[in-house]
Design a protein around this ligand. Structure first.
Ligand code: GTP
Length: 366
């Protein structure tokens, strides 16, 4: 998962270290040249002067200067790296920007990340207390967290504290894994001790009823549907009534995989919003759609405000651009990642865990 993005970030760390090392090596050559010059001068003085050097106050001062310079370098080595200066960042940041854009990170988000990294690193240049690798890692982590944590809230706690039935409606275009995601969430909630009802508000597509019914049967969950061509709002309304009358905790409502450009279908969403007044409207798209998913999230949010996003097929996405960009662009959090085709292949989107996966070489990254 997100291997390309991980490689991009690894390369950035290497680039900065390389830059810093080459500049440092130049500085060292200069320092060595100065040392040699210093020694030569001292030797010349030694040749001329009698053996009791410490009688010369001037030579003692020179010795102290040389040892202070060495001490600084020794400290840099002891901390495991070299000191990063702002000019070490220019080229690596340019390369990073290009790589982020190639990984389908939205442009504004890429810029935000670069600004964050520069600010974080320039702050730590003054501190000069950590190894280069640690400095880079924490600067990258902070910059990434800033963009991907937008809008995050404790989903499980929210569900626990909400009045029941809690009504969740799922929107998004066709074929991205919406129906499968609803089934996965039914399993997720069931594991937490909640009961659920699945409602098929996709009354447009032939076969949609059967598709969701199959999942409901497999999960042994109540299923509510109307005839194809019926009113989606009526289906969801019935499901809410059923849940209320039967003490069911959560209503999971599918909707037609509408095109965000279809006014008619968008009007249906608005009607659902008005009549059923769902507690949560979640936008589902596939991580592999990259910038398209980011764009759609934004358009769906404009049409019928979403409360969060779910990205499916993250297991098949080497780029990670949508996962990095959607929250920042919409201001709404990513709540779950789909990571496979099985009912248990869904995980909470945990920004800390995601950034650790992206940055730590020894963490399992699948
Ligand atoms: N690898 C992988 N495949 C997934 C994931 N989620 C869904 N799929 C697969 O994607 C395909 C489409 O999923 P559906 O749930 O049928 O898609 P949909 O969005 O409901 O389609 P519509 O009902 O037409 O809107 C199926 O083959 C799913 O198994 C995921 O997280 N990872």
């Amino acid at each position: 998962m997100f291997e390309g993005l991980k490689e991009t970030l690894d390369r950035f760390k290497d680039d900065v270290e390389e830059q810093a090392e080459s500049v440092d090596a130049d500085a060292e050559v200069d320092a060595d040249a100065a040392d040699v010059e210093q020694e030569e001068t001292t030797d010349e003085r030694d040749d001329a002067a009698p053996p009791e050097r410490d009688s010369s106050a001037e030579t003692a001062d020179d010795d102290r200067e040389v040892s202070v310079g060495f001490g600084k370098r020794a400290k840099a080595f002891a901390t495991g790296g070299v000191i990063i200066q702002p000019e070490h960042l220019d080229e690596p940041l340019e390369t990073l920007e290009f790589s982020l854009l190639s990984s389908d990170v939205e442009m504004g988000v890429a810029e935000e990340i670069l600004t964050g990294i520069r600010e974080n690193l320039e702050g730590t240049v003054r501190a000069q207390v950590q190894s280069t690798d640690m400095i880079l890692e924490s600067a990258l982590k902070e910059a990434l967290l800033d963009v991907i944590s937008v809008g995050q809230f404790d989903f499980d706690q929210h569900v626990a504290e909400s009045d029941k039935p809690l009504v969740m409606v799922f929107t998004g275009v066709n074929g991205v894994g919406k129906t499968t995601t609803i089934a996965k969430l039914a399993r997720y909630f069931e594991r937490q001790g909640y009961s659920a009802v699945l409602a098929n508000g996709d009354t447009y597509r032939a076969g949609a009823n059967e598709q969701l019914r199959e999942h409901a049967d497999a999960l042994d969950t109540k299923f509510i549907a109307h005839e194809q061509g019926g009113d989606p709002t009526a289906v969801l309304y019935d499901a809410v009534e059923y849940a209320g009358a039967n003490d069911v905790d959560i209503v999971l409502g599918d909707t037609a995989g509408r095109l965000h450009t279809s006014n008619d279908l968008m009007a249906q969403l608005e009607k659902i919003d008005r009549v059923v007044d769902p507690d949560m409207t979640l936008f589902v798209d596939e991580a592999v759609a990259g910038q398209d998913a980011v764009q759609r999230a934004s358009e769906f949010d404009d049409a019928a405000a979403i409360d969060g996003a779910i990205l499916t097929k993250a297991d098949a996405d080497p780029q990670g651009g949508a996962a990095i960009s959607i929250a920042h662009v919409t201001g709404k959090p990513i709540l779950f990642l789909g990571v496979g085709q099985g009912y248990d292949d869904i995980e909470r989107f945990d920004p800390e865990r995601i950034t650790d996966r992206l940055l730590e070489t020894d963490v399992e990254n699948h």
